[in-house]
Ligand binder design. Structure first.
Ligand SMILES: Nc1ncnc2c1ncn2[C@@H]1O[C@H](COP(=O)(O)OP(=O)(O)OP(=O)(O)O)[C@@H](O)[C@H]1O
Ligand SMILES: [Mg+2]
Length: 240
């Protein structure tokens, strides 16, 4: 049974698809069986992979399109080590179902005050789902950070206070051209941007660490990242 990580936020444009695809690619390039699952029948990832890829493979991104499975529960039967579910930007009953089969929900957010307001509905829904499924682990990750944003720590503190006990990832994802451009060739691992790769690597490791903290799980057989991709992305971002 795969580890299932849903990437969710009811707001559009926060980086759900970008992070889901690149995290799945990270595991693939490190030797695990991994895929990104498109939960939206008209999903942009499916369009991208179908347009530029071959046999649901695009660079190191493996895709499970929405028409390849019937119920979300069916995903539990798949033979990958880890799946990242890319969810659409609205609250629906699908989200409830997705969260109930997930081990982890990653909530990407940008850091403007409006984004801080927008995250509340998703967090409320997650608090409700955790009443039904207390083992569900949730982490907020700050994405699209401008290097000059000195108030990053304040936003982290705010999220920790307002986040209903939900973990905020140490790793933050910087706004980088290569994250945008990577979709021309596949994932960030098809580019030369080692800093972007390092951010995805540390985020991927934090997800596994948080899951292990919560309960005893079998870790996917992922080789340690190379020294070039290892390390913490956090320090760099906070100091920037
Ligand atoms: N860290 C980043 N650096 C630069 N560009 C980014 C980063 N993260 C996401 N983007 C870009 O921001 C835009 C929105 O990202 P993405 O499509 O992943 O968001 P989304 O939450 O999946 O949106 P939707 O809810 O509409 O599906 C895209 O153009 C993407 O390339
Ligand atoms: Mg998307």
């Amino acid at each position: 049974m795969p580890i299932i990580v849903a990437v969710a936020h009811q707001k559009g444009g926060v980086g759900k698809s970008t992070l889901a695809a690149n995290l799945a690619a990270y595991y693939t390039v490190n030797g695990s069986k991994s895929a990104v699952v498109d939960a939206d029948i008209q999903g942009s990832l499916t369009n991208l992979v179908e347009t530029y890829g071959e046999n649901n493979i695009y660079g190191s991104i493996n895709l499970v399109p929405r028409n390849e499975y019937d119920r979300f529960e069916d995903l539990l039967e798949r033979d990958e080590d880890i799946l990242f579910i890319d969810t659409p930007p609205y609250l629906s009953t699908d989200l409830d179902e997705i969260f109930l089969i997930s081990d982890y929900v990653l909530v990407p957010t940008k850091i403007s005050p409006l984004d801080m307001l927008a995250i509340e509905a998703t967090l409320d829904l997650l608090v409700d789902v955790r009443k039904k499924k207390p083992s569900l682990v949730v982490g907020i990750v700050i994405n699209l950070v401008n290097q000059s944003e000195g108030f990053l720590q304040k936003i982290k503190d705010y999220l920790k206070e307002r986040g209903r006990g939900i973990e905020v990832h140490d790793t933050v994802i910087i706004k980088r051209t290569e994250f945008q451009r990577s979709f021309l060739t596949g994932s960030i691992f098809e580019t030369k941007d080692k800093k972007a790769q390092k951010e995805i690597a540390t985020l991927a490791e934090e997800i596994i660490t948080n899951l292990e903290k919560e309960r005893d799980i079998v870790e996917p057989e992922v080789e340690a990242p190379t020294t070039e991709t290892a390390g913490t992305a956090t320090t760099e971002a906070v100091e920037a």
